[in-house]
Write a protein that binds this ligand. Sequence first.
Ligand code: ACO
Length: 436
Amino acid sequence: MSKDTLTVTDNRTGQTFEIRITDSTVRAMDFRQMKVSDDDFGLMVYDPAFTNTATCRSTITFIDGDNAILEYRGYPINVLAEKCTFLEVAYLIVYGELPTQDQLDEWTRDITYHTYIHENIKKFMDGFNHDANAMGMLVGMLGALSTFYPDAANIADPKSRELQTRRLIAKMPTIAAYAYRHSLGLPYVYPDNDLTFSGNLLSMLWKLIEPKYKPNPILERAMDVLFILHADHEQNCSANIMRAVGSSHADPYSAAAAATAGLYGPLHGGANAAVIKMLTEIGDKKRVPQYVKRFKSGENPLMGFGHRIYKKYDPRAEIIKQTAEAVFEVTGRNPLLDIALELERIALEDEYFIKRRLYPNVDFYSGIIYQAMGLPVDMFPVLFAVGRTPGWMAQWREMIVDKEQKIARPRQIYVGARQRRFVPIAKRSASRKAAE
Ligand code: ACO
């Protein structure tokens, strides 16, 4: 009869241990009892980059990467992207249930109410150079936000957690738009609380002298869909940072600033900007085969391809492709789409990509849409961060109330020197290796 245990024999001692398996997982701490002597620390598990380590139990997002399934709180992503607004999905991600009309009205009112940012934040923004990267500005602004809301440090108070959740989701578009306006030298546009979440963002980005900005409904909906697709993605790099920083009981704005810094990198949220740079450099469909050769050398990864979890088509990429077609009806076709489609076609037939199960991820097409809308590449990861904020807050809230969580503090295998004899400076030789 099968048992939910793992029998381990430590061949160093001949001892046998029975380790419990729960949810197809063993607990790393169960290995600590395996020692060669009483003063031995015990066996550790080694997993750089957490490739096979679960760090939490979560009810927020389910991904089955082998079967291209993504669900928020059990609802398939394609259904949510088709039938919901971003704020409805944000509510679902944060609270676990789709809202009733009354709940959605109250949530929308609260988010709308909190869209304004303190006037002094604008002064911070003014301190940046005109060519400062928008994502760098966002990281700085989020860190600054924690100083405006010292009550956020009270992370043990559920009411405070509630308030910060609404505040942060509401203020992200305002900060994002201000970063954009600052880079153009345009005056900041105050939030228009009559508009939808995405409509208001478009207004803050693009409003000029018209008394009331009327967002194009297709672009407004496309923005909402992109935010829905980016709203959460379980324990990705930035969510893990949100949890790790939050585990020290730092306030959620500081944790979100750190998560945003994680998202900044080209291997994560910065990939959508890197894709556009790459497609622009390729420049022509005919040059795709020669570039594919370069990507296979591993020297330059094919940006927007590959994923730690998805080993089949990223389900979000398919929805984004459809959204792109709708946007192009308004903006005109982005010529980079043809290069992207050719790149996808050739890569998906190439042995290198087939063997490694590399498919386009969400960011292969999102930048093409943002660019067609007229946004600069620096803004792409910023918009990703706006969409991801409900996910970060939900991950943070789940972590705070999880009794099993403690301050995140991995172990290491120390492989450096020990017990060295101190040498006075006059007697030292230059033995240090060249800086890495
Ligand atoms: N182009 C070429 N080769 C690749 C690519 C790529 N984009 N991605 C992975 N590979 C190769 C690796 O070199 C490795 O080859 P090897 O087995 O011969 O050493 C193999 O495929 C396995 O890949 P890993 O690097 O082990 O996969 P990992 O899970 O560590 O990395 C990542 C995932 C970072 C997303 C990677 O695929 C990548 O760099 N992609 C490009 C950047 C990108 O698009 N990032 C956005 C991800 S989605 C998001 O964060 C929102």
